[in-house]
Design a protein around this ligand. Sequence first.
Ligand code: APR
Ligand code: PHB
Length: 391
Amino acid sequence: MRTQVAIIGAGPAGLMLGALLAQRGVASVIVEARSRDYIEHRIRAGVLEQGSVDAVHEVGAGARMREHGLVHDGTILRFAGASHRIDFRALTGKSVTVYSQHELVRDLVAHRVASGAPLLFEVSDVTIHGIDGATPTLRFRHAGADVTLACDAIAGCDGFHGVARAAIPAARRAVFERDYPYGWLGILADVAPSSRELIYAHHDRGFALLSMRSPRVSRLYLQCAADEDLAAWSDARIWDELAIRLAADGFALATGPITQRSITPMRSFVAEPMRFGRLALAGDAAHIVPPTGAKGLNLAIADVRLLAEALTALCQAGDERLLDAYSATCLRRVWKVERFSAWMTDLLHTSDAPGTASFRQRLQRAELDYVTSSPAAMTTLAENYVGLPLV
Ligand code: APR
Ligand code: PHB
């Protein structure tokens, strides 16, 4: 087989890259380890920056998002029983769209299949070769056959547990990471959200987030230990804890059947560089953010918007200048988003035992007070949340 760009991974990064390249007349093959059904039902986050929304519409995959996406002009920070709205629209002129990542993956898969461009599911034994030259190849097994795919470039969009990152020689690779002493217990519930906008709640017992998937499906999270035992949390215990942490005057948390639950670990991670020879990394393959700022999906899309331009120049004109600049350009934005995600995580999560006080906790309260009383501080939060410029 031969193509111009071999893409490893059919998550948001790989699928969006394939769509952007196709729109520019660049051929690609996407190889995915899992089945179509698996990736279309993998529950992940659900907030899209305007730039991500624009990219989905640009490739022509935005019809369902336009119909079902929920446009939000602000969000609510809640602490000490009081609520403080951050008005994105007034502060930045922008909004965000709440739309499930797995729904976006469904839309991008359908778009890819309809285009007839190759999207191979359930591939295995993917190995990367020749990235230090001009004729790299991807080898893998698919449908019982060994395949060698010749190409001009390989895009590693295979997530944190993929193989692409390790193809960069260890001596040329640097990793920066931070683990957090807590995680998120997340649920999906068949009940109308108790708030029109998202509520980020800081509480002595731990952080809680009220989010949503539709007018009839709620998505909620509560901070838990990093090694929390999900079996120790009955539906009643989950709802009781959420009600305590989200409590405020005039607010009542509606409960309903929990249809999905999971524990998400919290991690900040960046691998540098994001390009080596004819291999480029994008999305979770190169970086991870804690979910607090809802940035993982948006960072993946931002990476491939830049990578699509670089690979188009390479494949159509043999021009490597954008590819040469890709890693540094991406990392400037990645590190700003890592900063925001770590800051928002530290701002909202509790690391002191309930009822105790520490210097850090007092600083945290001061930061919450400052962010919700200073227009300058609110603007800083808002401009990061709605999405920083691509470059
Ligand atoms: N061969 C082929 N496919 C692979 C391999 C492999 N060796 N390893 C992983 N994959 C696939 C995974 O099955 C997955 O479908 O690569 C895809 C990577 O997708 P994501 O993990 O979703 O990463 P990305 O596309 O960068 O999107 C980042 O997804 O994980 C969330 O929170 C994250 O919202 C962020 C977004
Ligand atoms: C979600 O809806 O899954 C979600 C929303 C906002 C976040 C994180 C997750 O910050």
